[in-house]
Design a protein around this ligand. Structure first.
Ligand SMILES: Nc1ncnc2c1ncn2[C@@H]1O[C@H](COP(=O)(O)OP(=O)(O)OP(=O)(O)O)[C@@H](O)[C@H]1O
Ligand SMILES: [Mg+2]
Length: 1136
C-alpha cells in the first residue's frame, strides 16, 4: 500500500508535520530548521502551510513553478504556497466554494509577500484575454500604491504594513477574475507625526522627495531634503535595499494602470506635500491680559505655502490654530488655544488628513477594480493584516493590532481545532479530546461589551468630567483586575504590586502570542480621534476638490453635534464584520514564521521560532491532525470519485452511497484502522491512504483511457478495413473490365492483321495478273513499235542518204566558189599593198627630201614655235576650262571663276566685264515696253531720292503698281473714273492733313497726266481737283515719313484754299510719277522736288512752317502731326 509521491520522496526532513515521528516541540523545530537550511521554506500541517521567511529571494516563484503546481493534487508535490493557492482556486472554480486565505504571523514574518505570491499565482493560472488581463493587472497594481501609502519601515520590518488589508477577488463561473473589493483596517496614523527611534514615516513621503522631478517638487513647494521636514525622522531616512526614487516611479505607473486620472494623482501628491508643510508649522506663546497664553504661528511661510497648495484662505487656518469654537445648546463659545493645544490640533489635522487620504485611495482603487457585471460571483478573500507586535513602547495602535491578531487566532482555533473536534463528535466518530489553548478568553477581555477594555475606554472617553489616561487605567484596574490575562501594578492582584517590570502608567495583557506591556498615555486621545471642528470647517472651505471630499463634517450646513464613534469602537465593529465574512468562506491558512530578529538570511533562532510555534498553536494543530483523520469527504462525492476502482460500484451503484463506499474500501483491502465511517462522511486517517486511492484512481483512469483508446482504435481499423474492402471490389471490377477490354482489342487487332494479310495477298495476286496482262500488251506494242521503228529508220536512212548526197554537191560547190573568191581577194590585197607601199615609200622619200631641205631652217625657228605652241596650248586649256565654269546668266550674279594663271589677270577681268555686259544686254533684250517703263520709273525714283530720303530704301522692293484702289473696276468710283479723261497714272488712298489741327483724313488721290484729284474715300465725291499746271513744287522731309506738301503756284485758281499737306506710304511712287509727268510734257516745267526737314506751306493766308523732328510719338511707332501754333506745324517721326 506504499504510494510514492513527491511529497514523501526525497524530502528534506518531513514535508507534512503530521507525519513527523516522534512528535515533540524539539523534533518539530528541528524539522523546520533542517528544511529552512535547505531553502525549503514551506512545510505542511495537513492543509495548513507554514511559511518561513527566507529573507532572500529564492528561485521558487518562476513561471515554470506555476506550471508545475497548476492543476496538481495538494499532496502531490513538495510543499509550496502555490499548492495552497491552486487548491483554493480549484475548489472555488470547480466546487463553487467561496475561499478565504488567512495569512497570519508576526510583523516581518512574510504575510504581505505571501499574499502577493498567492495573488500572482491565481492571476497566472486563471483565464486570459484582453479584458481579463486588464482586471488582473489592476488588481495586482493596487498593491504598490497601497504599500507606498500604508507601509513603513519599522524596527521589525523594512516594509511593514501599517494597515490591515482584506481583498476579495471576484471570479465568474469559468474562474476568470471579474474585479475585486479591498477593505482596509485602521491605519497607524500616529506614525504621520511621530516615529519611534529607528523607524521612519510612511514610504510615500521619502519616495516623493527622492523620486519626483524638480519640476514636480517646485509645483508642490517642496525641497529634496528630508532634514527640512519635522515629520520625517532622519535616523532611518534611507533604508538598505529600498530605492525610494525607483519606487516612486513604480507607484506613479501603478496609479496610472489602476486608473487614477492625472489631476487625481496631482491632488494626492498635493495632500502629501501639505502634510509635510503642516509639520513645519510651529507655534509660540503670546500672553493675554487674562493671564493665559495664546498660541501664535512663529513663521507663517510654511502655512502660506500649505494654504496655497490646498487653496485654503490663510487667515481661516491661522485662526483655527489659535481658537476653538465649542457649540453647546445652540450656543457658540470661542476659546483660545495654548501652544500645546495648537500643536495637538496641528498633529490631529495632519493625522486625519493622511488617514482620510488613505481611505480615499482605497475607495478610489475599489471604484476602478470593482466587477462590472452583476452576475453571480465566486469570491476569494486574501487577508493580510498587520502582524502581532511587541515593541519597547506599545500604545493604542499596538493594542488594536494585537487585538486583531487575537481575533484571527480565534478564528483559526474555531475552524481548525474546535471545529475539527466537534465534527468528529457530530459524525459519531470515536475521539479522545485534545487539549489546546483557546484564546477566546483574551478576546473577551478586550472586546466584551460590558467590561472589555475597549468598552471601558469608550466609557471613559464619553464620560463627562475630567478624563485622562490615568483615570482610564484606574478604571481598568478596578474592572479587569480579576482577569487572569490582565496585569497591572495597581490592580487588586497583589502579586503585581512588587513587579518592577510593570510601570505604574502601564498595563500588561497576556496575549496568545506573549505578554505585551501597554503604556496608557495617549489611549484616550487616540480613541477619541478628535479633530477640532474649526479645523474640519477650514478644510471644507478649501478650494481643492479632494480636501472638500475628505472633510464632509466641515460643511456648516450639516453640523452634527453628536460625537463621532470612537476609533476603538469602529475597529471592533469592522473586525466583527470581517470575522463574520471569513466564517462564511472555506478557510486556507498560511502561518508565517520569522526565523530571526535580524532580518537576515540563513539565521535560524530556535528560541524565536519556538515562541512563534507555541503561540501560533502549531503543535496542537499537528496533534489534532494526527489524532484525527487527515481527510474527510461526504459519501456521495467520495463514491463518485472512486467508484471505478471496484467492479461492484462501476459504473453505477444502486444502493446508498455509504454502502457503496464500504464495498469499495473492502474491495480495495484498505486496513480498517485507516478509515472510519462517520454519519455523512468517510474519514481517512492517513494521507497515504488518500494517495493510494488517488493513485489507484489515476491508474484506473489510465486503464479506462486505454480501453477507450482500444475500442476507438479497433473501430478505426475496422472502418479502415471496410473501406479497403470496398475499394478492393471497385478496383477488381475496374481491373476486369480493363483486362476484357484489352483482350478484345488484341483479338480485334489480330483479326485486322489477318484480314489485311489476306487482302494484301489477294491484291498482290491480282496485281501480278494485271501486271502480266499489261506486260503482254506492252510486249505487243513494243514489238510493233520496234518494227515500225526499223521501218522508219530504214526510210530515214534512205532519205538522209539522198539529202547527204544533195548537200555534198552544194558544199563542194560552195567550197569551190570560196576558194575562188579567197584566191581573188588575196590577189587584190597584194595588189593594194603594193600600191600603198609605193606611195609610202614615195612619201618617205619626199619627207626625207623636205627634211633634208628644211633642216637648216628648223633650228632657227624651233624655240619660238615651241613657245607659241605652249602658249597656245595653255590658252586653249584656259578657255576650255572657263567654258565649263561659266557663271549663270543672271545680271545680279556676282560670281566669276578664280583665275588660273597670274599673267592672265587682266584678260580674266576683261573677260568678266565683257561677259557681264553681254549678259546684261541679253537680259535687257528680254524686257517688254511696260516693264521697261517701270524700271525707268524706278530709276527716276532712285535719282530723286536715293541717299536723300530715309523712306526710299523701303520703296525699292515695291513694284510701282499705279492704281491701288482699282478705280476702273469699283462702281463707287465711276464718276471719279470719268474725270480721268485718259489713263489713270496713280490712284491711292492718302491721308489729307487737316490744316488746323494736323490730324489726317483719308482721301483718294488720283493722278492723271493733266491733273491731280482728291476725292472722298467712301463716296468717291471730288473734294479738290488741281491741274498739274498749277503745281509749283513738292516738299518732302529727309525722314522715313510719308508727308509731302503740294505747293501751288501763287495766283492760280487752285491756290485759293492754299497748299495741300498729304501723307502716304507710297510717297516715293507718287512724287516720282508727278516728277516724270513734268519731264515728259513739253508744255510744263518740271516740278521741283524740295527735300528738307523744314519747309513753308501756304495755308490760305498763313505761311506755316512744317517742321520734322525725331522723337517717339505718343501713339506708338507711327508719325504724329500737330499744329503747334499759327506758324508751326510739327511732325514727329520715330527715330531710325
Ligand atoms: N517568500 C519570501 N521570499 C523572500 N523574501 C521574503 C519572503 N517573505 C518575506 N520576505 C522578506 O521579508 C520582508 C518582510 O515581509 P512582509 O512585509 O511580508 O512581512 P509582514 O508579515 O507583512 O510584516 P508586517 O506585519 O510588518 O506587515 C519582506 O520585505 C521580504 O524582504
Ligand atoms: Mg505586511
Amino acid at each position: 500500500m506504499e504510494v510514492k509521491t513527491s511529497l514523501l520522496d526525497n524530502m528534506i526532513g518531513v514535508g507534512d508535520m503530521v507525519l513527523i515521528e516522534p512528535l515533540s516541540e524539539d523534533t518539530f523545530i528541528e524539522n523546520l530548521k533542517k528544511r529552512f537550511d535547505h531553502n525549503e521554506i514551506y512545510t505542511y500541517i495537513g492543509s495548513v502551510v507554514i511559511s518561513m521567511n527566507p529573507y532572500k529571494s529564492l528561485p521558487i516563484y518562476t513561471a515554470e513553478k506555476v506550471e508545475e503546481y497548476r492543476n496538481r493534487n495538494f499532496y502531490e508535490l513538495s510543499p509550496h504556497i502555490y499548492a495552497l493557492a491552486d487548491e483554493a482556486y480549484r475548489s472555488l472554480r470547480d466546487q463553487d466554494k467561496d475561499q478565504c486565505i488567512l495569512i497570519t504571523g508576526e510583523s516581518g514574518a512574510g504575510k504581505t509577500e505571501a499574499s502577493k505570491f498567492v495573488m500572482s499565482y491565481v492571476a497566472a493560472v486563471c483565464g486570459k484575454g484582453q479584458e481579463v488581463n486588464k482586471v488582473k493587472e489592476q488588481l495586482l497594481q493596487s498593491n504598490p500604491v497601497l504599500e507606498a501609502f500604508g507601509n513603513a519601515k519599522t524596527v521589525r520590518n523594512d516594509n511593514s504594513s501599517r494597515f490591515g488589508k482584506y481583498m476579495d477577488v471576484e471570479f465568474d463561473f469559468k474562474g476568470d477574475p471579474l474585479g475585486g473589493v479591498i477593505s482596509n483596517y485602521l491605519l497607524e496614523k500616529s506614525r504621520v507625526v511621530k516615529q519611534p527611534r529607528g523607524e521612519r514615516n510612511f514610504h510615500i513621503f521619502y519616495q516623493l522627495l527622492s523620486g519626483a522631478s524638480d519640476d514636480t517638487l517646485k509645483k508642490l513647494k517642496l525641497d529634496r531634503d528630508f532634514s527640512k521636514y519635522n515629520y520625517l525622522s532622519l535616523d532611518s531616512a534611507t533604508v538598505n535595499g529600498l530605492d525610494d526614487a525607483a519606487s516612486f516611479r513604480t507607484v506613479r505607473n501603478a496609479m496610472q494602470i489602476v486608473g487614477f486620472m492625472e489631476d487625481e494623482v496631482q491632488s494626492v501628491l498635493e495632500l502629501v506635500a501639505a502634510v509635510l508643510k503642516l509639520g513645519n508649522i510651529e507655534f509660540k506663546p503670546e500672553s493675554r491680559c487674562n493671564g493665559f497664553d495664546e498660541s501664535r504661528i512663529k513663521d507663517k511661510n510654511d502655512l502660506k505655502e500649505m494654504c496655497e497648495l490646498l487653496g485654503i484662505e490663510q487667515s481661516v487656518l491661522e485662526r483655527a490654530f489659535s481658537f476653538r469654537t465649542v457649540e453647546a445648546k445652540m450656543e457658540k463659545v470661542s476659546t483660545t488655544l495654548n501652544v500645546a493645544q495648537a500643536y495637538y490640533a496641528r498633529d490631529a489635522l495632519a493625522k486625519n488628513l493622511y488617514s482620510r487620504l488613505f481611505s480615499w485611495l482605497v475607495n478610489r482603487i475599489n471604484e476602478s477594480i470593482k466587477a462590472q457585471t452583476k452576475t453571480s460571483k465566486k469570491v476569494m478573500g486574501v487577508l493580510d493584516i498587520y502582524g502581532f507586535e511587541i515593541f519597547e513602547d506599545n500604545s493604542f495602535e499596538q493594542f488594536i493590532i494585537n487585538y486583531c491578531n487575537e481575533k484571527l487566532q480565534q478564528i483559526f482555533i474555531e475552524l481548525t481545532l474546535r471545529e475539527e473536534q466537534e465534527e468528529y463528535v457530530r459524525e459519531g466518530i470515536e475521539w479522545t479530546n485534545i487539549e489546546y489553548f483557546n484564546n477566546a478568553i483574551i478576546c473577551d477581555l478586550i472586546e466584551n461589551n460590558k467590561n472589555g477594555i475597549l468598552a471601558m475606554l469608550d466609557e471613559e472617553c464619553l464620560r463627562p468630567g475630567t478624563v485622562t489616561d490615568e483615570t482610564f487605567l484606574d478604571k481598568l484596574n478596578t474592572v479587569c483586575a480579576e482577569h487572569q490575562h490582565f496585569e497591572s501594578r495597581q490592580s487588586k492582584n497583589s502579586k503585581f504590586l512588587t513587579d518592577h517590570s510593570l510601570p505604574h502608567n502601564c498595563f500588561r495583557i497576556q496575549h496568545y502570542a506573549g505578554k505585551v506591556l501597554y503604556r496608557v498615555e495617549g489611549f484616550v486621545d487616540k480613541n477619541n480621534d478628535l479633530l477640532y471642528r474649526d479645523l474640519s470647517q477650514a478644510m471644507y472651505k478649501a478650494n481643492h476638490s479632494l480636501i472638500k471630499i475628505l472633510f464632509p463634517e466641515g460643511n456648516p450646513a450639516k453640523v452634527n453635534l453628536k460625537r463621532p464613534p470612537t476609533a476603538g469602537f469602529q475597529f471592533r465593529a469592522s473586525v466583527g464584520t470581517l470575522m463574520k465574512n471569513l466564517l462564511t468562506k472555506n478557510p486556507n491558512y498560511i502561518r508565517c514564521v520569522k526565523p530571526n530578529d535580524k532580518k537576515a538570511a540563513h539565521i535560524f533562532t530556535d528560541s524565536l521560532v519556538c515562541h512563534q510555534v507555541r503561540y501560533l498553536g502549531l503543535m496542537e494543530n499537528v496533534r489534532v491532525r494526527r489524532a484525527g483523520y487527515a481527510f474527510r469527504q461526504a459519501y456521495e462525492p467520495c463514491l463518485e470519485r472512486y467508484k471505478m476502482l471496484c467492479k461492484q460500484t462501476w459504473p453505477h451503484w444502486k444502493g446508498p452511497a455509504r454502502e457503496g463506499v464500504e464495498v469499495l474500501l473492502k474491495n480495495l483491502q484498505v486496513p480498517a484502522e485507516e478509515f472510519a465511517y462517520g454519519r455523512s462522511k468517510i474519514f481517512i486517517r492517513n494521507p497515504r491512504t488518500l494517495f493510494f486511492l488517488e493513485e489507484k484512481r489515476r491508474q484506473c483512469l489510465e486503464d479506462l483511457a486505454t480501453l477507450i483508446q482500444k475500442i476507438y482504435r479497433g473501430w478505426k481499423c475496422r472502418i479502415h478495413f471496410l473501406l479497403l474492402k470496398k475499394s478492393q471490389v471497385v478496383v477488381a471490377a475496374w481491373y476486369r473490365r480493363f483486362a476484357q477490354q484489352k483482350k478484345y482489342q488484341n483479338i480485334r487487332s489480330s483479326a485486322l492483321v489477318v484480314q489485311s494479310f489476306i487482302r494484301g495477298w489477294k491484291a498482290r495476286k491480282l496485281l501480278r495478273e494485271l501486271k502480266h496482262k499489261k506486260r503482254c500488251e506492252e510486249a505487243v506494242t513494243t514489238i510493233s513499235a520496234y518494227w515500225h521503228g526499223t521501218q522508219a529508220r530504214r526510210e530515214l536512212r534512205r532519205l538522209k542518204e539522198e539529202a547527204r548526197n544533195k548537200h555534198a554537191v552544194s558544199v563542194i560547190w560552195a567550197a569551190w566558189l570560196g576558194t575562188k573568191a579567197r584566191r581573188e581577194l588575196r590577189r587584190l590585197k597584194h595588189e593594194a599593198r603594193s600600191k600603198q607601199a609605193v606611195s609610202v615609200i614615195w612619201a618617205c622619200w619626199q619627207g626625207t627630201k623636205v627634211r633634208r631641205e628644211y633642216r637648216k631652217f628648223f633650228r632657227a625657228n624651233a624655240g619660238k614655235k615651241i613657245y607659241d605652241f605652249t602658249i597656245q596650248r595653255i590658252m586653249q586649256k584656259y578657255f576650255m576650262g572657263l567654258k565649263k565654269t561659266m557663271p549663270s546668266m543672271s545680271p545680279v550674279d556676282k560670281s566669276w571663276p578664280a583665275r588660273p594663271y597670274g599673267f592672265l589677270d587682266r584678260t580674266h577681268q576683261e573677260l568678266r566685264r565683257i561677259f557681264h555686259l553681254w549678259r546684261c544686254k541679253k537680259y535687257r533684250s528680254q524686257f517688254t515696253e511696260e516693264k521697261k517703263a517701270t524700271y525707268e520709273e524706278k530709276l527716276a525714283a532712285s535719282e530723286l531720292f536715293k541717299d536723300k530720303k530715309a523712306l526710299y530704301p523701303s520703296s525699292v522692293g515695291q513694284p510701282f503698281k499705279g492704281d491701288y484702289v482699282e478705280i476702273t473696276k469699283n462702281p463707287k468710283y465711276q464718276k471719279l473714273n470719268s474725270l480721268a479723261e485718259d489713263k489713270v497714272l496713280l490712284a491711292d488712298v492718302v491721308s489729307k492733313i487737316n490744316r488746323a489741327n494736323g490730324k489726317g483724313a483719308p482721301r483718294i488721290f488720283l493722278l492723271t497726266k493733266k491733273s491731280l484729284v482728291l476725292a472722298d474715300q467712301k463716296t468717291g465725291q471730288v473734294k479738290a481737283s488741281v491741274p498739274l499746271l498749277d503745281l509749283s513744287s513738292v516738299s518732302v522731309s529727309t525722314q522715313s515719313d510719308g508727308f509731302f506738301a503740294l505747293k501751288l503756284k501763287e495766283g492760280s485758281t487752285s491756290a485759293a484754299k492754299g497748299d495741300f499737306l498729304l501723307s502716304s506710304d507710297r510717297l516715293i511712287e507718287i512724287i516720282t510719277k508727278l516728277h516724270r509727268i513734268g519731264a515728259a510734257s513739253a508744255d510744263r516745267n518740271q516740278i521741283n522736288i524740295d527735300i528738307s526737314d523744314e519747309f513753308l506751306v501756304q495755308f490760305k493766308q498763313d505761311k506755316v512752317c512744317v517742321k520734322f523732328i525725331q522723337g517717339t510719338p505718343k501713339n506708338g511707332n507711327g508719325v504724329a502731326c500737330k499744329r503747334k501754333n499759327n506758324r508751326l506745324l510739327e511732325v514727329s517721326v520715330p527715330s531710325p
